[in-house]
Structure formats: structure tokens, C-alpha cells
Design a protein around this ligand. Structure first.
Ligand SMILES: [Fe+2]
Ligand SMILES: [Fe+2]
Length: 163
């Protein structure tokens, strides 16, 4: 993520300054924090929608808010969690920010096809796809990190055993 991108940071500033949103920094999500995952999805959604001259400002805000939920408010059941959290994120986001119809659609349909209603806007499709790619990347990266930690541990154990 390019930290020097002033336009991107000006768009997201009101959201990242919100205390409730800041709590996502303490929640694990795909092996990183939910805050970092939302930032990644927002940044790449910003890049892609700006490139295609779409409504990139509203898209960036909604992409940042797409997983705005804390673990206390979602079901324990994994499947229900996957299907319910977009609505919870939308309700949560609309408590603190004024969202338009397109932003509502972006947040509520970001799990399509797991949730059955397809996105209505091109911007929503883009956030859905960016989110999927980010999730796969983050999961693979975190498995690799865990594997290399496990390998290091086994290696140290082996050295200790051979001494
Ligand atoms: Fe999500
Ligand atoms: Fe996500």
C-alpha cells in the first residue's frame, strides 16, 4: 500500500479516526488484523475503480467498511458467520457514517455468491472480487508464515537433539 497516496488517505480519514473502527486493530482476520484486511481491500478497490473512472470515493469508503464488525456481534456458527456478517457490518457502519445505496450494496453483497443476492453495481462486483483475492493472499501468506515458524521450531529441536 502506498502510504504517500494523499487522496486515498483523505478519503479514508474520517473512518480511520473513528474509535469503534479502530477496535478492528485488535481482531484477528485471515492471519492478520481485520483493520489491515479492510485497509487492503479499500486500497485496491480505490486503485481499480479510479482506473476505470468509476465512483472511487464512495467505493473506497464502503470497501473500508465491508467487514466492520466485532466478533461479539456475530454467530459462532461458521456458515452463519459467513452469511450474516455483511448485514451486521452494514448496520454497524450506518450507525457511524451516512451511506448511500451503492455503498449499502457494496457492503451487503461482498460475500456473493456465498450470500445469494448478486451485486447491483459494477463497483460492488469490484469490491467483491478484490476482497476474495485479498482473502486468498492473506490466508496463503499466513499459512506460509506458520509453516516457516514450524520449520524453524523443528530445526531448532533437531539441533538441540543432535548436541
Ligand atoms: Fe467479509
Ligand atoms: Fe473481507
Amino acid at each position: 500500500m502506498n502510504r504517500g497516496n494523499n487522496e486515498f488517505f483523505n478519503i479514508i480519514k474520517p473512518i480511520i479516526n473513528n474509535c469503534e473502527f479502530d477496535k478492528l486493530k485488535d481482531i484477528r482476520h485471515h492471519g492478520i488484523t481485520r483493520y489491515d484486511h479492510c485497509m487492503r481491500v479499500a486500497y485496491y478497490s480505490y486503485i481499480v475503480t479510479k482506473f476505470f473512472r468509476l465512483n472511487y470515493k464512495d467505493t473506497t469508503e464502503a470497501a473500508l467498511l465491508h467487514d466492520f464488525f466485532t466478533d461479539e456481534v456475530v454467530e459462532e456458527n461458521f456458515i452463519k458467520r459467513l452469511t450474516n456478517h455483511p448485514n451486521i457490518a452494514f448496520l454497524n457502519a450506518s450507525k457511524y457514517f451516512k451511506l448511500n445505496k451503492m455503498q449499502e450494496d457494496i457492503i451487503k453483497t461482498h460475500m456473493f455468491p456465498i450470500t445469494l443476492t448478486p451485486p447491483k453495481y459494477l463497483e460492488s462486483w469490484i469490491v467483491d472480487i478484490v476482497d476474495d483475492i485479498a482473502a486468498v493472499y492473506e490466508k496463503v501468506f499466513s499459512v506460509r508464515k506458520e509453516l516457516s515458524a514450524a520449520t524453524t521450531f523443528l530445526f531448532l529441536l533437531l539441533i538441540n537433539y543432535m548436541r
